[in-house]
Design a protein around this ligand. Structure first.
Ligand SMILES: Cc1cc2nc3c(=O)[nH]c(=O)nc-3n(C[C@H](O)[C@H](O)[C@H](O)COP(=O)(O)O)c2cc1C
Length: 320
């Protein structure tokens, strides 16, 4: 590991560390309006949501690194106390990047970026038509931390109206693939968030046994990854010896055809990630029995059949 205290680094070095390690960051495309009525539109990735009751979001139009001057967005927020924050999708990311160029205060970035301004319902700043998720906001507070270049100005805002495209939803939630958001990483890198989506079973209100209660033979096995162990820990109770015995008996009784109870068949089922057939084949083949049963348990975890995985893993632990 490398170890740094910010006081020993230059400001660009600190900035680069934050951009790389605090990532991927959602991007707020922020629309404001000056007291002269000039629209402003800029992206900010020092941004997130912090509560739902009331809905609170915050972003940081920081001082410019170059000369510590204040950005137009900040000046407009101070003057008008209003903004619209929109999410940034993959289809608009190049235009959003164009809006981030350093135009002089009198320049309307809707015109420069080619993005389309539409009226908001409550606040004066315009919404961006191309974004499928828009939030009309009132500024609650702006917290400044320092007056040097790249110092933070945390604009804390209450959302007073959401505008969401109806075709974004699947089963009552915003579908991450449909919304196709982009996020900011280090340097010039972005991430297309909807293209690598996976889900995990959340512990929620469940009383999980936790990592420390996983039997040692499972924790020490070379078959399971750290994430596998995390999944084992995310359960409320461990199956009893009797439950394991009944399960294994049932699996052994459900015979496979002769050609299927071979190590080749086990390997084929492994490639097909069929944990059920893997275990049946593993039980009927002497070769690498313990390891193959553990591989069946690992595959069951991958397929989110945690009860199966527990029983197979506990049985494997009883073998030499
Ligand atoms: C994706 C992206 C994210 C950005 N995030 C931030 C940020 O969090 N804070 C910031 O001060 N500038 C950020 N910038 C740079 C501003 O968008 C840029 O300084 C812009 O010109 C500010 O415009 P304004 O002076 O009209 O407010 C970001 C730029 C891009 C392209």
């Amino acid at each position: 590991m490398l170890h740094y205290e910010p006081k020993d680094l230059s400001i660009p070095e600190v900035h680069r560390l934050l951009l790389g390690g605090v990532a991927p960051r959602p991007i707020a495309l922020v629309s404001t309006i000056s007291t002269d009525g000039i629209n402003n539109l800029s992206p900010f990735s020092f941004f997130n949501a912090f509560g739902a009751n009331p809905p609170v979001v915050a972003f940081s139009p920081s001082r410019r690194g170059r000369d510590a001057s204040l950005k137009d967005t900040y000046n407009n927020l101070i003057a008008t106390k209003e903004c619209v924050i929109q999410s940034v999708t993959h289809s608009m990311v190049e235009q959003v990047s164009l809006a981030s160029a350093e135009y002089s205060p009198g320049v309307d970035e809707f015109i420069k970026s080619g993005l389309t301004p539409i009226d908001s319902d409550i606040v004066k700043p315009k919404r961006v038509k191309e974004s499928p998720f828009q939030m009309e906001c009132k500024v609650l507070e702006i917290k400044s931390f320092g007056i040097g270049g790249a110092s933070a100005n945390l604009a804390i805002c209450a959302v007073i109206k959401f505008h969401v495209a109806e075709d974004l939803f699947s089963n009552g939630i915003i579908d991450p693939v449909k919304i196709d958001l982009v996020a900011r990483m280090s340097g010039n890198f972005y991430s297309r968030a909807g293209s690598d989506v996976f889900s995990i079973k959340m512990p929620g209100n469940k009383k999980c046994i936790g990592y420390d209660q996983i039997p040692e033979h499972i924790r020490k096995s070379e078959i399971y990854s750290a994430n596998d162990l995390g999944k084992f820990g995310n359960t409320e109770s461990i199956p009893s010896d009797d439950e394991v015995k009944i399960f294994i008996q049932k699996m052994s009784e459900e015979k496979l055809e002769q050609f299927e109870s071979s190590i080749e068949a086990f390997k084929r089922y492994h490639r097909l990630t069929d944990h059920n057939k893997m275990l049946k084949a593993a039980l009927s083949v002497k070769e690498n029995k313990k390891q193959n049963i553990e591989l069946s348990a690992k595959t069951a975890l991958k397929n989110n059949d945690v009860d199966f995985a527990w029983k197979a893993a506990l049985y494997a632990g009883s073998l030499k």
